[in-house]
Design a protein around this ligand. Structure first.
Ligand code: NAD
Length: 736
């Protein structure tokens, strides 16, 4: 028999090598077709007496990325459309679809012949679950091998037997930790845990798997034998009792119960370990069906998997412009940001010219890369040769002449219109015609800066976030005159340095900072109302934000907030900044000298390490304090999320953000907006625009006009619209 995605070759010993190699794809993933073929292959192997055992291998550099999540997205749409006419039937079909992979892996496990998984590279999700259903596992010791069950990161959980096989193969505590965090395991760690039988040199992988078969692999899983005991003991043993109460508490601390997928892992393991294996799989299947129907799973899969991939592949890139192959990128300003941009550019293998006012300043910028390289080598993430190669790509110099053959120049000098003008003119004097000029400004509108340029169509904003080497987002900002080539080059550059881009139109604060300032502003309001600072910070964390607003303000620097407020008042008038916000920040900066982490004094105090930062006690004396029991904590959480989401909705209404995928992905990657919501607009769509509008009206009545719902939101509520329906990112594709 021949298959589209697999080849099957049986050797003289009767061992079949099953090689998975999907045509036209760089990575093997489970699709309906792949699962149909595996189903047929199991039947063929069972029927063929000549086959004594199977080695399941990959023909690609990776083993497999797991399930094709677009398949799940399609499943959601199917259920959605069928639910109205046949709710019971739709749920039953979802239940069957949710269990398809699980029962297929069970078919392999119980087919009567031994299977060995040969893991040659990345092995994720459903692929790890498949490997656990095989009767033994061999992994290559190549650096690229990562084994994980990362489903929790997109709002679901390992629903193809993962929650049942892992705690039967390894210690329950380790299994819970691995599944609830979605962490990567190296082959050696997986072997130490008991998940992998052998780790071998890459070229020994298939021979080692066959040698295992030759030595005799039991085709009956341990849990299908009488008297089986899980390695972590039963849940009623003293360890079991201790483990589950602690695991519940730890998970609560880590997730604040915002992630139903994570919590369900605990339920599956706890309940599944008490029953026979097939019943356990059925329990898992029921929970999986329930989780698939949660708003969190739907929104997280859409934003954190589908949209992120689409944006990463340049969903917004003008198709008619040829891709750019970067031969040289110039960076002007070797300060905090410029130094970081130089590093990520060289790391992508692109030669960089890093320019500052003098050689010493340029060298200081390159020294940042030297430090990062040293740290990467110390952690085993880079070799001496790779580090030396990266550094050799960075030329630090004050000489603008070196830009005469650059494809792209990124300006990251002081946030000062006058200095930026001088730099633009100096660069354009040497930059070849057709090359693109980008500014990393965080506050100055791009259209205004482009007035300093002789070729504003080649001028674009490329806004990075700090620390540049760790933040995954860049905001590409279009000035009024930015042309298609500039957009294409900016997006090609983002792809080259492996960052996810969002494309937004020009406005003060662009998209990300507009949202962030709303978050911080709400905290200023809360402080002024006398809410204890610790409640504000905790409400943010309970709402799913990674950093509280006061802590974030300390990181950004409170004097920067002061400067931005001053600039707003200058440009837009007194009414653009609330008086009590200005009074608070003026006092913090000018009277108390509390500038944030940078001078160890902000809303927090920063004592020398190892002591930890703590909220500044003096905050209590700034405003009369409310008693904690008089504060509605749930409402604090809502206020913080709603004010950000409302600002995101305004940016859509103003035409700043035009694609809901960008608002969502940008909010999660840019400032960690409660990831379980799927991002700012998914948060609104998830609760329903009508509910959101009602919530805004209630909050506006209590806390002020900044919560008033906008005309667009009211109109959407009246029409029963969602952002993804009204601003459908696939509309053009559907129409074509
Ligand atoms: P910085 O002060 O650390 O660095 C600015 C660098 O520019 C300095 O090294 C300075 O010597 C150099 N410079 C000044 N004038 C110059 C000139 N004429 N020619 C060459 N070099 C010159 O500032 P930064 O924090 O890196 O910010 C740089 C830009 O990035 C600003 O526009 C800022 O708004 C933006 N930005 C900053 C952040 C952040 O978190 N700091 C985030 C995003 C964007």
């Amino acid at each position: 028999m021949t298959y589209t995605n697999f080849t099957l070759e049986t050797d003289a010993d009767g061992f079949a090598l099953l090689t998975w190699d999907m045509p036209g794809k760089s990575m093997n993933v489970f699709t309906m077709e792949v699962m149909d073929e595996i189903d047929a292959i199991v039947d063929q192997v069972v029927a063929d007496a000549a086959v004594k055992g199977v080695v399941f291998a990959s023909g690609k550099a990776a083993f497999s990325g797991g399930a094709d999540l677009t398949m799940l997205k399609a499943m959601f749409s199917m259920i959605e459309s069928e639910r109205a006419s046949d709710p019971e039937g739709a749920t039953k079909r979802l239940f069957d679809a949710a269990g398809r992979m699980s029962w297929l892996w069970r078919k392999i496990e119980t087919c009567g012949k031994p299977w060995v998984a040969a893991i040659n590279g990345t092995c994720m999700g459903g692929a790890t679950e498949l490997a656990m259903a095989c009767h033994a596992r061999v992994a290559s010791n190549a650096k690229s091998v990562k084994i994980a069950l990362p489903e929790v990161k997109v709002g679901i959980f390992p629903g193809a037997g993962g929650t049942q096989r892992m705690p039967r193969l390894i210690n329950t505590q380790d299994a819970l930790q691995i599944m609830t965090t979605g962490q990567d395991l190296t082959p050696s760690r997986a072997k130490a845990l008991g998940l992998i039988n052998e780790v071998v040199e890459p070229d020994q992988l298939i021979p080692a798997a066959k040698a295992l078969l030759k030595a005799g692999v039991d085709p009956v899983a341990p849990w299908d034998k009488k008297g089986f005991k899980a390695p972590g003991g039963t849940i009623w043993s003293p360890q079991g009792v201790q483990l589950f109460s602690a695991a519940n508490a730890i998970l609560r601390r880590e997730t604040n119960m915002n992630y139903p997928g994570a919590h369900t892992i605990l339920k599956c393991v706890y309940e599944g370990l008490q029953v026979p294996f097939d019943t356990a799989l059925r329990i898992e299947q029921r929970y999986f069906t329930a989780i698939l129907q949660t708003t969190e799973a739907y929104s997280m899969i859409r934003s954190l998997f589908v949209s992120m991939q689409e944006l990463g592949k340049g969903a917004r890139r003008p198709a008619n412009i040829a891709p750019t192959k970067f031969t040289k990128v110039g960076i002007i300003g070797a300060g905090f940001m410029g130094a970081g941009i130089a590093y990520v550019t060289a790391k992508a293998g692109i030669p960089v010219v890093l320019i500052d006012r003098d050689q010493a300043a340029a060298d200081k910028g390159k020294a940042h890369s030297e430090e990062l390289v040293k740290a990467a080598i110390a952690k085993g993430r880079s070799t001496q040769e790779q580090g030396a190669q990266l550094l050799s790509l960075i030329t630090a110099t004050p000489d603008y002449g070196q830009l005469s053959d650059a494809d792209l120049v990124i300006e990251a000098v002081f946030e000062d219109r006058g200095i930026k003008k001088v730099v633009t003119e100096a660069v354009e004097a040497v930059l070849p015609a057709g090359s693109i000029y980008a500014s990393n400004t965080s506050t100055l509108p791009i259209s205004g800066l482009a007035e300093n340029s002789k070729r504003p169509d080649q001028f674009v904003g490329v806004h990075f976030f700090s620390p540049v080497d760790r933040m995954g987002l860049v905001e590409v900002i279009l000035g009024e005159k930015t042309g298609e080539k500039a957009i294409a080059v900016a997006l090609d550059y983002a792809a080259a340095i492996k960052k996810t881009p969002i494309v937004v139109n020009d406005t003060r604060g662009f998209y990300v900072n507009r949202c962030v300032f709303r978050y911080i502003d709400e905290a200023y309001d809360m402080l002024a109302e006398g809410i204890p600072a610790i409640m504000i910070e905790n409400a943010a964390k309970f709402a799913g934000m990674p950093v509280g607003p006061l802590s974030l303000n300390d990181e950004v620097a409170i004097d920067l907030s002061y400067k931005i407020m001053k600039a707003s008042i200058n440009d837009l008038g007194e009414a653009s900044v609330k008086k009590h916000h200005m009074a608070l920040i003026d006092k913090m900066v000018n009277e108390l000298g509390r500038l944030g982490r940078k001078n160890q004094k902000g809303f927090y105090d920063y004592p020398p390490k190892p002591a930890k930062k703590s909220l500044w006690p003096g905050l209590k004396d700034l405003y009369p304090q409310k008693k904690p029991e008089d504060v509605d904590f749930a409402e604090l959480k809502q206020r913080l999320l709603v004010t950000i989401a409302l600002e995101a909705a305004r940016t859509v209404e103003e035409g700043i953000v035009t694609d809901p995928r960008e608002a969502d992905v940008g909010s999660i990657l840019g400032f960690g907006f409660a990831p379980y919501t799927g991002g700012t607009l998914s948060y609104i769509d998830g609760m329903g625009v009508k509910t959101f509008v009602a919530l805004c009206e209630t909050l506006a009545g209590k806390y002020g006009e900044h919560f008033a719902p906008t005309p667009l939101l009211k109109d959407m509520a009246a029409k029963g619209d969602t952002f993804y329906k009204r601003f459908d990112p696939y509309a053009a594709k559907k129409a074509a």
